[in-house]
Design a binder for this molecule. Sequence first.
Ligand code: SF4
Length: 315
Amino acid sequence: MAVDLLDAPLRISWDICPPGQSPLNRQQLLLVADQLSAAGVFFVTLEEAPLAHPEIQGLLEALRQGGCQVSLLSKVSPAELEVLAQLGSDFNLFVDVDRFCSAGQLDAPALATALKQVQQTHADPALLWTPSRGQLALLPELLKFCSHQQVSRLKLPNQKIGVNPKKSQLDNLPDCTDLGELEKSIAAGDLPARNGLQLEVHDLFLWELLQPLTGGQRSEYGGCQAANSLGHISVAAELFPCSSWPEPLGSLLENELLDLWQSASRLQIREAIQQVPVGCDGCRDYQVCFGGCRGLSRFCRTDDLGRDLLCAERR
Ligand code: SF4
């Protein structure tokens, strides 16, 4: 795999206020925001209840002034709606679909209500969904929902496993069986028309299945981007290679981001990603896929195959 080694990540996800964990204070938040701006990070996504942080407005202003394009994830609680009403619209807002999916069902009426509430405070909110095991088959229904509600953008990001993933959490990640179920459903004609929807799909295998809706175009893919164009920041300001790679590179309260991005730990991770996984050896599509998501395959597979969790077999 030949991928340019970047001096700084382009995209960062950042956990702001996860329930039960101590958030950074204002000074610490702004210090990290300064680091992101100084490193030239283009896209910053604030996750894990960012609207619950009392300094969210100051953080948004600091990131915007530093040239970062900011996205923010909301579960649309009454408290979050109150904060949203104060913040203006100078950021991309994603409604987290997760809480509207349970027991194998999408609660479309509740999601529609939440969407309408958000639309009163923010123009054109998008949806974001990270499906758990057994849920991928709900995707056609979610796509139909987007079409009926004229949602303009749906994002299916990478599977986040956090800093200390628990076994139960890892057992809950979708695998190739889920992908097979979705494939059957699509073959049965369950995909709606694209209807202007902008669909962003992180996972290559999912993207392949959804090509009729993604327009057949995928931005240039050079393989797993952990510790290269992607990075993640925990609530404690630890920098990670990606939200799917739970090995910290160091604290942004004590180190410069640019130094951590040149550290031996980061370079070793990139070297590991350059290696062809055992389970991909001889696959005809390796030059297209490069083994998929290496963080999940490294930390979540129970065999030593090392290939993407959604990949059933070599091609
Ligand atoms: S075996 Fe699967 S993950 Fe590996 S390169 Fe082939 S298609 Fe990709």
